[in-house]
Write a protein that binds this ligand. Structure first.
Ligand SMILES: [Fe+2]
Length: 422
C-alpha cells in the first residue's frame, strides 16, 4: 500500500469506499467522545430544568450547593483543566468565574467560600447557561481539532470531567431536596416522581466467600483513582443481607426506643442525636399520627416496604447494634456484589459500610491539581457502596467508593446489614 493510503485524511471526499471506512474509523473516537460530552451536559440541564431561578440560587447548608453553582462549577472544571491548558487561543467566558466556581482545588487558585455559595445572586441562571454554551462549543472545537498526538491526554481529562459532572448531577438532586425540606410547604421537585423500585425486603442472609479475595478496580474502562490499586483482602466467615433495610424495620427500631437508648449509639452519634434532635430518618415528619417523608415527588406517606433512606452512619450503626448485627465492611460489600449475592446493590440507595475512607495499599494521588480530586479527603469519612436512584445511569460499578462524614444524611443513604458466623 502506498504511503498516502495510511492517511485517511488524504482520502476524504474521494469516491473510495475502503478509505472512507478508514476515515470513519479514525474519526469515530472523537464522535463518540463528543456525543458522550453532549449527553452528560444535557443530563445536567435536564435535571435543572424543573427548577426556577430562585430554586437554583438557594443553599440550605454549608454541605450543599445551589443548582446554579453545580451547573457553573462543572463547566469551570472543563474550562480549567481541559480548555485553558489544551485549546490554543481559548478565551475565558468571564475571568471572575474561576474564583466563584472553583470548589476545593487549591492548586487552581483562590476560591469563594463554600458556605457562601448561596449568596451568589449574580451571575444569573441565564448567564450560567451562556457560560455552559460557551464552554460546550469550545470543548467540541477541541475534540474535533486536537492533533492525534494530544488526543489521548484530551480524552483522559475529558473523561474525568464527565464522571465529575455525573457526580454533581446526583448532588444537584440531593441538595435541592435538602433545600425543599426547609420549606414548610414541602415543594415537589417532580410531582410525577416515583419511588425507586426495590425488591421486596427479604430477611435472608447470604454466606460470603471467606478467605483471600481481591477488591478494587482492575481491567478496562473508567475508574476513579481511589478504586485502585486492586489488592487482596482477607474476609472472615460472615453473612450479608440480600436486601436493603426497610422502613418497616426502621419503624420497629424507633418503636423500641432506638433514638432514646444511649447504649445503642457511638458517643459521637449520641451527641448528634441530642444536638440535632433526631427521632427518625431525615425528611420524616409526623402528620396526624402518620409518618410522612419528603421525597423528590413531595411529601408522601412512608412506605413500610420501601428501603429506608436518609440515615446517617451513626443511625445505621445504632440500628445494626440494636439488631445484633453489623454493617458490612466495604471489602465484604464488594465481594458480595461481584458474587451476585445481594439485591439492589445499585439504583436504590447508597449503603453505608463500616469502613473508614482510606487509601488502598499502594495508592498514590495523581500529580497536579486533579490529584486533589479524592486523595486529600481520605480521613474522617466513611465509605458508602452501591448507588442510588439519583445516580446517573452507568456511573456505578462494584469497586466504586462513595464517602461522606458520619453525620451526613441528606444523601440517598440506606442500610444493608452483615452478620458474623460463630
Ligand atoms: Fe466538583
Amino acid at each position: 500500500m502506498p504511503p498516502a493510503s495510511s492517511s485517511p485524511v488524504l482520502h476524504r471526499g474521494r469516491d473510495d469506499g475502503a478509505s472512507a471506512r478508514i476515515a470513519d474509523l479514525a474519526d469515530a473516537p472523537r464522535v463518540i467522545w463528543r456525543d458522550a460530552f453532549r449527553a452528560v451536559r444535557a443530563e445536567t440541564e435536564r435535571r435543572a430544568a424543573p427548577l426556577s431561578g430562585e430554586d437554583q440560587t438557594v443553599q440550605s447548608m454549608a454541605d450543599t450547593s445551589p443548582t446554579k453553582w453545580h451547573r457553573a462549577h462543572t463547566t469551570w472544571f472543563f474550562e480549567q483543566f481541559l480548555l485553558v491548558p489544551h485549546l490554543a487561543g481559548y478565551r475565558a467566558f468571564d475571568e471572575r468565574f474561576a474564583y466563584l466556581f472553583n470548589s476545593y482545588y487549591v492548586a487552581a487558585g483562590p476560591r469563594h467560600a463554600r458556605p457562601r455559595r448561596g449568596l451568589l445572586t449574580r451571575p444569573s441562571c441565564g448567564e450560567v447557561g451562556a457560560y455552559r454554551a460557551h464552554v460546550d462549543a469550545a470543548v467540541e472545537r477541541l475534540i474535533a481539532g486536537v492533533g492525534q498526538a494530544q488526543l489521548a491526554e484530551i480524552v483522559r481529562v475529558l473523561e474525568i470531567g464527565l464522571h465529575h459532572e455525573q457526580q454533581h448531577q446526583e448532588l444537584l438532586l440531593t441538595d435541592i431536596l435538602h433545600a425543599f425540606a426547609q420549606n414548610p410547604v414541602a415543594p415537589a421537585y417532580d410531582a410525577d416522581w416515583s419511588a425507586p423500585p426495590a425488591r421486596a425486603p427479604a430477611p435472608a442472609f447470604a454466606e460470603l466467600p471467606a478467605g483471600i479475595q481481591e477488591i478494587g478496580f482492575a481491567g478496562g474502562g473508567y475508574c476513579f483513582d481511589n478504586e485502585q490499586p486492586a489488592h487482596q483482602v482477607l474476609l472472615q466467615d460472615a453473612r450479608i443481607a440480600r436486601g436493603l433495610l426497610s422502613n418497616a424495620q426502621w419503624l420497629e427500631f424507633m418503636a423500641d426506643g432506638g433514638y432514646t437508648t444511649p447504649s445503642l449509639w457511638l458517643s459521637d452519634g449520641w451527641a448528634a442525636v441530642e444536638t440535632e434532635g433526631w427521632n427518625a430518618p431525615g425528611y420524616w415528619r409526623q402528620c396526624d399520627g402518620v409518618w410522612m417523608s419528603l421525597t423528590l415527588g413531595g411529601l408522601r406517606p412512608v412506605d413500610p416496604d420501601a428501603p429506608v433512606m436518609h440515615v446517617s452512619y451513626y443511625e445505621a450503626d445504632a440500628f445494626a447494634r440494636w439488631a445484633g448485627k453489623h454493617l458490612p465492611t466495604e471489602m465484604e460489600w464488594e465481594v458480595a456484589a461481584r458474587s451476585g449475592l445481594i439485591d439492589d446493590a445499585f439504583g436504590v440507595a447508597w449503603q453505608w459500610t463500616r469502613s473508614a475512607y482510606l487509601p488502598y495499599p499502594g495508592y498514590r494521588a495523581a500529580e497536579g491539581a486533579l490529584g486533589e480530586y479524592n486523595g486529600k479527603f481520605m480521613v474522617n469519612q466513611m465509605v458508602l457502596r452501591g448507588g442510588s436512584h439519583a445516580t446517573p445511569a452507568g456511573h456505578t460499578r462494584p469497586s466504586y467508593r462513595n464517602f461522606f462524614y458520619p453525620p451526613a444524611r441528606w444523601q440517598f443513604s440506606g442500610v444493608r446489614l452483615s452478620d458474623y458466623v460463630g
